[in-house]
Design a protein around this ligand. Structure first.
Ligand SMILES: [Zn+2]
Length: 740
């Protein structure tokens, strides 16, 4: 170090700006560091790395297309050229990536990129494709005031340089090669819309109509799917695979003559269905009027579309053809998110209609060709899938007589059809059809919460009777109408529900035309009034019941058992003669009653706890009954001598075998005299000893008929029969072979 001014020369020289250094040296400052060094040389500038351009994609494109350049040291890019024509738009994404837009007038040739470190040129050429002639195929909306955002659809929009409405330039944003948005400019007349691109000019075929600012506002107030009944807004679940109608309630803020279409899009999983519903009325209503089909946009929805996971989205005037002050409320739901619907996948409904021959000699008029006529109402008002498994069931003979409207006869009929249902293994819903000799009175009877009912065959009312009794089977009590003795205490009583009316607008979803049912004009199927439809109250109740209870169970393996059946008369339990059966399990509903069978020594050999269930529509109040099978296990029926029912330890019924009477001279040994008859067999026996006869198919064990009273007929075409003479506790079996 040299002594002197005490300042280290090196340090000073490094810190001095070039101009100050020049002044100190008595020289004019130089524009740049080259040359004016004097005795002190200029410092070397910081090293700047030269860029490299290793590739680009795509290899070709039209004016306006975006090209991505890759390489190194792109930071600080000052220029990108396409065949020497500089790009007017480029952006440095990173030190290794730049995106540039192909400029107007670009030439095919290498790309070049310049930074402070130099210029890099691509090894290969970029091909400038000729811009295609653009097309403008559609725009939406079709009308609107100045300031309306219009979506243009077409092709070849890339690089667009102008959009005009009626020749007046508009501002626009380029979305893609096929779609862009432009704003209707001030001063624009009505006329075609045009787009200019490097490829040329596209003009729309249609004119955009510039309107004064609209005051009409359309909105969707609500939407629902109905499969028979629905509330507003929708609270009734849908049933999968069941026909529906969609109703869209469009509302206007002022009187109008608008006739907008409505588009409804359904989606379940990846399956999308679209319905376009035209206007049917001359204007859009200003208030919601549910019972008026013309006040909503309605369309049938195929059953197959109704699946769990279904969503729905509706738009009024999807083409934007009607000037509106507010388009943001044209969708439902308002935010454009499809609405999820609750769809229940309920089990299919299987029902068999049994033609029943009664002791008066008549047979219920039902055959394979008329089964459907019994179900016309039930399928409309009950929540079941469209595809009902309905068929003619096995024929049977009942000991009941339908000569008059007799409550005991009807309950016997229901008991016997139920006995057959249990012995058959509860394979389906059973509905016994009878022909009555009277026209006014009891028309049907059904268990509450057990899948067996009976009804008459009269064509004018049989469908109503079946729908009503099946409603009981599905757990419903009576709607308060027409003098029912035991109304459902929970049936809504106010508004349009009063007097057993249906409460909310019904709709026949199976009809090919809009078919609303005004709430005040229809009464619930579970009352005794006409005309019949279904309330949302009843319908929801049946959905709940069908979700929870199978009604028809999978039959287990058949086993030996005793059919125990009967009903309650006040405090008394009336036991029907037990029937030995070979049948799948049919256990009782557990309850307060105790049934037991004892042998001659008084020992309990079999027992069961059971509940009596309600049977609806018996005149004069409630009827309660029971029907179940007790497995015999290893107990021989021959050991049984008496039956007893108790409730809380109090005896309610007792049945003992009648004392054996000595055979009289000449009396046949067999208890029943059986005679061949054309359509079955005639039976003659001692009814005091055997209060009940049961006839069954000796080959299949199928139960064919019941008889009481000492003489009767059982109608059957079977050849090989077994006749059980039931004494109350045991049964004597005898065979009879009919002539071939
Ligand atoms: Zn009823």
């Amino acid at each position: 170090m040299r002594p002197g001014n005490g300042r280290p020369l090196q340090g000073w020289r490094w810190a001095a700006p070039a101009a100050l250094l020049a002044l100190f040296l008595g020289l004019a400052p130089l524009a740049c560091g080259g040359g004016g060094g004097g005795s002190a040389p200029a410092p070397a500038p910081p090293a700047v790395v030269a860029p490299t351009l290793t590739g680009f994609t795509p290899a070709s494109g039209v004016v306006g297309a975006t090209v991505t350049l890759t390489g190194t040291a792109f930071t600080g890019t000052t220029r990108v050229t396409f065949g020497s024509v500089p790009a007017t738009a480029y952006s440095v994404k990173s030190d290794t990536q730049v995106q540039a837009t192909v400029p107007a007038g670009a030439l095919t040739g290498p790309l070049a990129l310049t930074t402070a470190g130099g210029t890099a040129t691509s090894a290969t050429a970029f091909t400038v494709s000729p811009s295609p002639l653009p097309t403008l195929t559609a725009f939406s909306p079709l009308v609107g005031p100045v300031g309306t955002a219009v979506t243009l659809t077409g092709t070849g929009f890339t690089g667009a340089t102008a959009v005009t409405f009626g020749g007046v330039s508009a501002t626009f944003t380029e979305g893609s090669d096929t779609q862009m948005t432009a704003t209707v400019p001030a001063g624009a007349p009505s006329g075609p819309v045009a787009v200019t691109t490097p490829g040329g000019l596209a003009t729309s075929a249609a004119s955009f109509t510039v309107t004064a600012t609209a005051t009409l506002d359309l909105s969707i107030d609500g939407l629902y799917l109905t499969q028979g009944t629905q509330t507003y807004p929708a609270s009734v679940s849908l049933v999968a695979e069941r026909s529906a109608w969609v109703r869209v309630f469009v509302k206007a803020n002022q009187t109008n003559t608008a006739q907008p279409a409505v588009r409804v899009v359904f989606q379940a999983g990846t399956t999308i269905h679209t319905l376009d519903i035209p206007a049917t009325a001359a204007s859009v209503p200003t208030a919601i009027n549910e019972p008026d089909a013309a006040a909503s946009w309605n369309a049938a929805v195929p059953a197959a579309w109704i699946q769990p996971g279904l969503t729905v989205l509706a738009t009024v005037d999807p083409a934007g053809a009607i000037p509106e002050s507010d388009r943001t409320n044209d969708r439902y739901p308002l935010d454009g998110t499809p609405q999820a619907l609750t769809v229940e996948a309920l089990r299919p409904w299987k029902i068999r209609l049994l033609p029943v021959t009664t002791a008066d000699g008549s047979t219920g008029a039902v055959d394979a060709s008329t089964v459907a006529t019994f179900l016309t109402l039930a399928r409309r008002v009950h929540p079941v899938p469209d595809a009902i498994d309905a068929a003619l069931g096995p024929a049977m003979t009942s000991s009941a007589s339908m000569l008059s409207s007799d409550s005991t006869a009807w309950s016997t009929l229901l008991d016997e059809v139920t006995a057959k249902w249990n012995v058959d293994g509860q394979p389906a819903h059973y509905f016994g059809v009878v022909g009555t000799r009277y026209d006014s009175g009891i028309a049907g009877l059904g268990w509450v919460k057990k899948a067996v009912a009976v009804g008459w065959d009269k064509p004018a009312t049989r469908a109503e009777v079946l729908a009503h009794e099946v409603g009981h089977n599905f757990g419903r009590l009576h709607a308060p109408c027409g003098g029912v003795t035991d109304p459902d205490p929970n049936y809504p009583a106010t508004g349009d529900y009063a007097g057993g009316h249906i409460g909310v607008t019904g709709w026949d979803a199976t009809a090919a035309y809009p078919a609303p049912k005004a709430a005040a004009a229809y009464t619930d199927v579970m009352g005794y009034c006409d005309p019949d439809w279904v309330s949302d109250y009843t319908y929801k109740g049946v959905i709940l019941y069908r979700k929870v209870y199978p009604l028809v169970t999978d039959a287990g393996a058949a086993a030996e058992g005793l059919l125990v059946w009967g009903h309650l008369e006040g405090d008394r339990v009336v036991l029907q003669p037990v029937i030995p059966v070979t049948a799948p399990p049919a256990p009782p509903t557990p309850g307060p009653f105790h049934w037991e069978a004892r042998d001659a020594a008084g020992r309990v050999r079999l027992s069961a706890e059971f509940q009596a269930l309600d049977v609806a529509d018996a005149p004069g109040g409630k009827l309660r009954a029971f029907s179940f099978i007790v497995p015999l296990g290893t107990v021989p029926t021959a050991d049984l001598a008496s039956l007893r029912v108790t409730e809380d330890g109090v005896e309610r019924a007792r049945v003992a075998r009648p004392p054996l009477r000595p055979l009289r001279v000449g009396q046949p040994e067999a208890p029943v005299q059986v005679a061949e008859e054309g359509t079955g067999v005639g039976l003659l026996w001692d009814a005091d000893r055997y209060p009940l006869l049961v006839v069954r198919d000796a080959t299949t064990g199928e139960l064919l008929g019941f008889q009481r009273g000492g003489a009767g007929r059982v109608r059957t075409d079977r050849r090989d029969l077994e006749i059980l003479a039931c004494d109350g506790v045991q049964a004597t079996v005898q065979r009879f072979r009919r002539r071939p």
